[in-house]
Structure formats: structure tokens, C-alpha cells
Design a protein around this ligand. Structure first.
Ligand SMILES: [Zn+2]
Length: 60
């Protein structure tokens, strides 16, 4: 049997991930959808990056 190695992780866009725990597979590219456009915001001195396409959020 051939087993495909699939490391895709199902991200939940309703929570904010920590970049330390979930670093980008490819820097600057959304892990969830592959989009390269983000909007960023600063909250409580934390820099949050949100994907403009799927809404995946990470604290940087
Ligand atoms: Zn995305």
C-alpha cells in the first residue's frame, strides 16, 4: 500500500497561533492557503499577522 505523506495541518482561523509553535513552512506564505498577502495589527504589544485570504492569524 502506498501511503501519502501528508503533513497538512487543519488550521482553525478562529484562534491565534503562536509563530514559535507554528512557524511558516515557507517564510511569508500562509500555511493554510498559500496566500502571500497579510494584514498586520498590534495588540497588547503583540504583532499579529492575519492572512487576507483565509484569515489565519499568528502572533509573530
Ligand atoms: Zn491563508
Amino acid at each position: 500500500m502506498n501511503e501519502n505523506e501528508n503533513e497538512a495541518y487543519n488550521y482553525d482561523t478562529s484562534i491565534v497561533y503562536e509563530y514559535k509553535e507554528f512557524p511558516d513552512k515557507e517564510a511569508g506564505v500562509c500555511d493554510n492557503c498559500g496566500n502571500k498577502h497579510f494584514k498586520s495589527s498590534v495588540k497588547n504589544y503583540k504583532f499579529t499577522r492575519e492572512c487576507r485570504n483565509c484569515g489565519l492569524k499568528k502572533n509573530i
